[in-house]
Design a binder for this molecule. Structure first.
Ligand code: FE2
Ligand code: FE2
Length: 131
């Protein structure tokens, strides 16, 4: 059963592409969560990290452009948070390349993904509704 469910009342920004990308993110989070529960989290960690890095390249950039075109008041907060997450992901990647994927790194990655949904989408991305 999915841990996080798409809830349009809380989560929809009103920009169809952004909402689709967020739903894809939730789907990947749930897969990762399920893999952890099945004891396959370490195998899933690598593809999850790669997904999140690719997502940062495509989704973050797309969303930044939408906010910029609309002169959204959340534009700077969104870009700053994305830049921070890009650094976090680079950190995970270089650590994993050096040391492999450990249980604590994997749980750290899951925590970052959860936090991203709760703190970022629901407080920053959601401001697309206003602009
Ligand atoms: Fe964002
Ligand atoms: Fe987003």
């Amino acid at each position: 059963m999915a841990t996080i469910k798409w809830n349009p009342t809380q989560m929809a920004t009103g920009v169809a592409e952004v909402d689709e990308q967020h739903q894809e993110w939730i789907r990947r989070y749930n897969q990762f969560d399920e893999a952890i529960h099945q004891g396959k989290g370490l195998e899933a960690a690598k593809s999850t990290l790669n997904f999140f890095i690719a997502y940062a390249d495509t989704h973050f950039q797309f969303e930044e452009e939408v906010m910029s075109k609309r002169h959204s008041p959340a534009e700077k907060a969104n870009k700053d948070a994305h830049d921070h997450m890009r650094l976090v992901l680079d950190g995970f990647k270089s650590y994993a390349e050096k040391h492999g994927y450990s249980m604590s790194e994997m749980l750290g990655l899951k925590f970052q993904m959860e936090r991203w949904l709760i703190n970022h989408i629901l407080t920053v991305d959601i401001k697309l509704r206003d602009a």
